[in-house]
Design a binder for this molecule. Structure first.
Ligand code: FAD
Length: 402
């Protein structure tokens, strides 16, 4: 029972084709993919050929005008195979250009979108987490005062200085949506979101991070040393950039939740299968009532996650009903979905591991990957604590205590 009433015919077709793709191209070779980025790029190019990358962009640029619901479906289905691949696909299919698309910044759209609709694998990057502390640069209660990367307007250009840690696709992206401040004392009025093209002088990168999860996506530091970009590459301007930034941090929780859902669904599937044949106490493990209760809790959590993710996707697709997505109430809703999905995904993989015994951590069995990948859904975008601040700010004005 997969919320079919919320999905269009096209969205159901997308779900079925990406599900098939994941089963065929990703699940049978997750180990090889984690070890060889060349293979990962082959998988991405096949998805680009299926028009997944261009789907998130407007049709006037050759894109597919895809819905946010389709976006979530793709993330969920790919994450059943590999969270890193799901992450890369989401980033490249429009998340990073969404701020420019929301305010219809034509200079940015004309410059960057065509490459993503060209049929060639093209990477984007959100360069947000300051090296000095990601939680500070992503904490909405600090209203921009925790951002350390700076942007100074000189003539017709912004000059950017600072350093970021961990952005996905650092060093391989065509464009870097950079979070900076024009004045940390100006609060949200100082927040500036500026697109930086690759190859801009002064833009350099660190070595790829070595990590235990999302091994199929690349992370690294991004350094800005007097990086100059045309002032038109700023998303909107004082005030509106902050609105969009808070929405971005909260709203992309919808993508994180869909990834959490996919990982948890795969974990449940593996546990259900294994406990159906593994014998204990002279019967299949899942025939014990203690085990059935745990499996039931996993199924309940999955059902609630699914309902919450697709409800939020529907809301994003119907801003005519729900108003601007940067309202504290909208951000709160998105953050609630992400916080819940991340916590439940980790709970599900941990409980599932108990039911698998030693096989949970065997490198020759698919479950250990779920154990590893699930954790990221609590860590990024400021982590679960900052995410909870976003939730509660929908109910009252949680003060800036910096
Ligand atoms: C796989 C992966 C992909 C990523 N992709 C990107 C990306 O594309 N772009 C990007 O910019 N970044 C990215 N990141 C970085 C990620 O978003 C940050 O790591 C995260 O936001 C936390 O920042 P930090 O590690 O500097 O945590 P810190 O700032 O060091 O904070 C550590 C912890 O302290 C606690 N904390 C801090 N301040 C407070 C407070 N005020 N109240 C309560 N608790 C607090 C929180 O628990 C927080 O999680 C990625 C990271 C990973 C691992």
């Amino acid at each position: 029972m997969n919320l079919e009433h919320l999905l269009s015919k096209e969205e159901i077709q997308i779900r079925d084709s990406i599900r098939e793709f994941t089963k065929k191209e990703i699940i049978p070779r997750t180990k090889e993919l984690e070890a060889d980025y060349g293979l990962v790029e082959e998988v991405h190019q096949k998805l680009v050929d299926m028009k997944v990358q261009s789907d998130g962009y407007p049709s006037e640029y050759g894109g597919g005008d895809g819905s946010n619901t389709a976006f979530a479906i793709i993330a969920e289905e790919l994450a059943k195979g590999d969270a890193g691949i799901a992450l890369t696909v989401g980033i490249n299919m429009g998340i990073i250009l969404k701020p420019a698309m929301l305010v219809k910044n034509k200079a940015v759209m004309d410059k960057f979108i065509p490459a993503f609709c060209s049929g060639k694998l093209t990477y984007a990057c959100i360069s947000m987490t300051d090296e000095a502390g990601g939680a500070d640069s992503e904490n909405p209660c600090l209203a921009g005062s925790g951002i350390t990367a700076t942007a100074t307007l000189e003539g017709d250009e912004y000059v950017i200085n600072g350093s970021k840690a961990w952005p996905t696709h650092a060093g391989i992206a065509e464009c870097y949506l950079t979070v900076c401040t024009t004045d940390p004392n100006a609060g949200d009025e100082g927040v500036a979101l500026i697109y930086v093209p690759k190859d801009t002088p002064g833009l350099t990168f660190g070595e790829p991070e070595k990590k235990m999860l999302c091994k199929t996506s690349i992370n690294g530091a991004v350094y800005y040393d007097n990086v100059r970009v045309p002032k038109e590459f700023r998303v909107a301007g004082p005030g509106m950039d902050a609105n969009i930034y808070h929405f971005f941090e909260g709203g992309t929780g919808w993508h994180s939740s869909a990834i959490a859902l996919g990982i948890a669904e795969r974990a449940f599937e593996i546990v259900l299968d294994y406990t159906g044949t593994r014998m204990g106490g002279f019967k299949p493990v899942r025939q014990h009532s203690m085990v059935a209760g745990i499996l039931a809790d996993m199924a309940i959590a999955l059902d609630m996650m699914r309902a919450s993710v697709y409800n939020l996707s529907y809301m994003l697709d119907h801003l005519d009903i729900y108003g601007p997505p940067w309202s504290p109430q909208f951000i709160s809703k998105a953050a609630a979905t992400r916080t819940f999905a991340g916590d439940k995904a980790v709970e599900i993989v941990n409980k599932g591991a108990e039911l698998l015994g030693s096989m949970a951590i065997s490198e020759d069995f698919p479950f250990e990957k779920c154990l590893r990948d699930a954790k990221i859904t609590q860590l990024w975008l400021g982590g679960q604590q900052i995410c909870r601040y976003r939730v509660i700010r929908g109910y009252y004005d949680l003060k800036n205590w910096a």
